[in-house]
Design a protein. Structure first.
Length: 232
């Protein structure tokens, strides 16, 4: 899986889901996180080899519950800017099946005037367009991806697909690529729900004493979780 976004929500939600699926031998895959902005670095992920803890606290089945799950489903975390070549190499991988994104509600927008040659210094939908085009050119029809945006906008999958098709038209990427986007890739709208409070600053010392290790990527959330994915 390729994941655009490294924030608290995706790490406590999508990455946690994949971790649970792996443990149950349902998915058996790993995630490459691509940091979509040029602010900050991925050093904190590299320092921990992308391992981190999701701490869920709250009421579950009428009882007070606290669970600490070590997430091992993330293989690597790269920057779309500093590691652009690695990102494009990922587009050529036959192992890649799914793309997930959470680039905030403002992330899925069409920006007029962006150019193909500006990659990666473009919006997220433009980045995705260039990524999919690289994949299409290298692997052709039959390599389409399942694309699951979790940004909190109505019909997020349909809106993202519309943006990709608009960039394809702007950049004259051809009818074959348009057919690839429309018919080989599957853009699914999603609805997600989990309260994620992020790094527990006030309780951190107490938590690491209980866990027995430091974790600068620790993320706290509620036990409840819901991920609804649109089908055809």
């Amino acid at each position: 899986m390729l994941q655009f976004g490294e924030g608290n929500f995706l790490r406590a939600f999508a990455d946690w889901y994949i971790e649970m699926a792996n443990r149950k031998n349902v998915f058996n895959g790993r995630i490459l996180i691509a940091k979509p902005t040029n602010r900050g670095s991925v050093e904190r992920f590299n320092n921990q080899k992308c391992f981190y803890t999701v701490l869920s606290q709250g009421i579950e089945d009428g009882e007070t519950a606290e669970n600490a799950d070590v997430i091992s489903s993330v293989a690597d975390c790269i920057s779309c800017y500093d590691d652009c070549d690695k990102l494009l190499l990922c587009a050529e991988s036959t192992d890649l099946k799914v793309v997930i994104s959470n680039t905030t509600e403002a992330g899925i927008v069409y920006v007029s005037g962006e150019r193909f040659s500006d990659f990666p210094d473009v919006s997220f939908p433009a980045k995705l367009t260039a990524f999919l085009y690289r994949r299409f050119i290298k692997l052709g029809f039959g390599s389409g991806l399942l694309i699951l945006p979790v940004e909190l906008i109505e019909n997020n999958g349909k809106v993202l697909k519309k943006c990709v098709l608009k960039y394809s038209e702007d950049w004259n990427l051809g009818d074959d690529f348009k057919n690839y986007v429309e018919n080989d890739c599957k853009f699914c709208s999603t609805l997600v729900d989990r309260i994620v409070t992020g790094f527990p600053d006030n309780e951190y010392k107490k938590i690491i004493e209980k866990l027995g290790y430091e974790d600068n990527l620790l993320v706290a959330c509620e036990p409840y979780h819901c991920w609804i994915i649109e089908g055809k």
